[in-house]
Design a protein around this ligand. Sequence first.
Ligand code: BG6
Ligand code: MG
Length: 213
Amino acid sequence: MIKGIIFDLDGVITDTAKFHYKAWKRLASRLGIDIDEDFNEGLKGVSRMDSLKRILEHGNVLDKYSREDLEALAEDKNEDYKKLLEDLKKEDILDGIEDFINEIRYNNIKIGLASVSKNAPMILDKLGLIDKIDFIADPAKVEKGKPAPDIFIEAARGLGLDIKDTIGIEDARSGVDAMKACNMRSVGIGVDADLRLESTSQLSLDTLGILDK
Ligand code: BG6
Ligand code: MG
């Protein structure tokens, strides 16, 4: 029986992926590296530091930077990203998500968040959703980012649930792989998973019920 639904944030609850891309592209071009949307696809669900390393590797310059340089660059990107989020508001919640969250709560199913974003609480607050989430897994507490399963395991633990009683929702390949790695049932938005949907507007308990058959 489904007792908890665990959401990814970026690309599932709100479309912050475009802001991550903008901020990374600006930072990369400052360093003489060009990234395009295809490359950016591979950064979805990947932590801030791992994303930076992938960009520097892409430009063949990773070994030029010290640990301190990397920290400073990641911080620069985050400051830029946060500026892009300044006007984020309720209207930026993706289609159907708010109704779905209300339906889940009405049915006494718990809601968890398994995002590797350290900005997640601030983003949920701006969207007016923070009080509707029962547990936000803290990415600082888990050793490995997606595609490792750690953040989903931590979200289920925080909800007090067995993995087998939860379903996770993701938009990124790395996120679906993370769920598969801990045997969590998965819903993919625009990505293959146990159940693939093309849009968040298709999410409902009824649609997810087919996973139980
Ligand atoms: C994920 C995004 O949700 O969070 C990634 O898909 C991002 O693109 C990662 O790098 C970390 O986010 P933040 O906000 O901690 O830099
Ligand atoms: Mg995502």
